[in-house]
Ligand binder design. Structure first.
Ligand code: BV8
Ligand code: ZN
Length: 257
């Protein structure tokens, strides 16, 4: 790194650490970048493809209506990838802060369940804005359940079906064009608007309404701190934007003196 960038990074780290020390209420808003060092592919950017599909093409109710088998094959494959991944130091540092600081909450766009795994049931649960790869729900009666099974996408008949009404089950994930769960989004917006700091980690900040949560903090008089390997639409409004991998920077940011 050039001398200028290093100085900026050291300065930005100092600014960020002092904001976090002084903050009472903190929301950590994470995206796919926080799981990159766990081996989970991101959506956009270098290598940001899930197999040969773009999320925007398959993560839609229309795609599921057109070809439920293909969509389930894709989600089954993503489940198998994620099941071989473990939480990294960023997930663990965020879980630790959430367990030890009274008003530190994790709000994630990710569906990989790694924040839940890192928290191991200690402290307030991470808010999963876009659902989870490991929850499915019925397209008929709406009943939902946890599910970590291997998906057999050979045919429609071998896909998961509802034990109550026999209709086809779908991933309990928010697809493009679908509304987020109003209770979860409302809680996330309440936390963000009251936060002294919104710590934005590993998101390209292009997907709404999730990306708009950081602005709620700023409009409520709080500050934004960003951790990303690249700049994003949030960079210019951040009090500090730290360049580098989340698994290195987040533990450094949150470590005690
Ligand atoms: C809604 C689940 C309305 C799926 C996801 C035009 C047409 C249609 C819709 C829209 C439109 N314009 C806007 C919209 C709305 C749309 C949207 O925002 N589209 C975007 C693409 C423009 N939003 C929606 O459709 C939402 N719903 O608006 O409903 C409505 C209201 C009422 C009634 C009816 C309808 C629903 C959005 C949710 C979609 N589902 N996920 C799945 O996963 O299969 S979104 C998907 O993108 C993921 O959840 C992901 O988390 C999210 C955002 O991506 P990121 O997490 O940011 O990941 P990305 O790869 O982009 O970036 C990674 C970042 O990490 C990068 O910045 C990179 O630099 C950084 N990084 C990489 N490595 C590291 C790192 N950082 C740190 N360390 C590293 N090592
Ligand atoms: Zn059913």
């Amino acid at each position: 790194m050039s001398k200028v960038v290093e100085r900026e990074s050291a300065e930005a780290l100092g600014v960020a650490r002092s904001l976090l020390r002084r903050a009472e209420r903190i929301v950590a808003l994470t995206g796919a970048g926080v799981s990159a060092e766990s081996g989970v592919p991101t959506f956009r950017g270098a290598g940001g493809l899930w197999k040969t599909y773009r999320a925007e093409d398959l993560a839609t109710p229309e795609a599921f209506g057109r070809d439920a088998r293909l969509v389930w094959e894709w989600y089954g494959w993503r489940r198998s990838v994620v099941l071989s991944c473990a939480p990294n130091a960023a997930h663990r540092a965020l879980a630790g802060a959430s367990a030890t600081r009274p008003d530190f909450r994790v709000v994630t766009q990710n569906v990989d369940g790694l924040h839940v795994a890192a928290s191991d049931g200690v402290g307030p649960p991470p808010l999963e804005l876009h659902g989870s790869l490991f929850r499915i729900r019925c397209t008929g009666c709406g009943v939902g359940r946890e599910d970590r099974s291997v998906i057999d996408a050979t045919s429609i008949e071998t896909l998961p079906h509802c034990k109550t009404c026999t209709a086809l089950m779908r991933p309990d994930i928010v697809w493009f064009g679908e509304p987020l769960n109003a209770t979860i989004l409302g809680e996330a917006a309440r936390l963000a608007s009251m936060a002294d700091v919104c710590l934005v980690v590993g998101t390209s900040a292009v997907v709404h309404p999730a990306a708009g949560l950081a602005d709620l903090t700023r409009r409520g008089g709080g500050s934004i701190i960003e951790v990303n390997v690249a700049s994003t639409p949030i960079t210019d409004v951040a009090a500090a934007s730290l360049r580098g991998p989340a698994a290195v920077i987040v533990p450094e940011l949150l470590r005690h003196e």
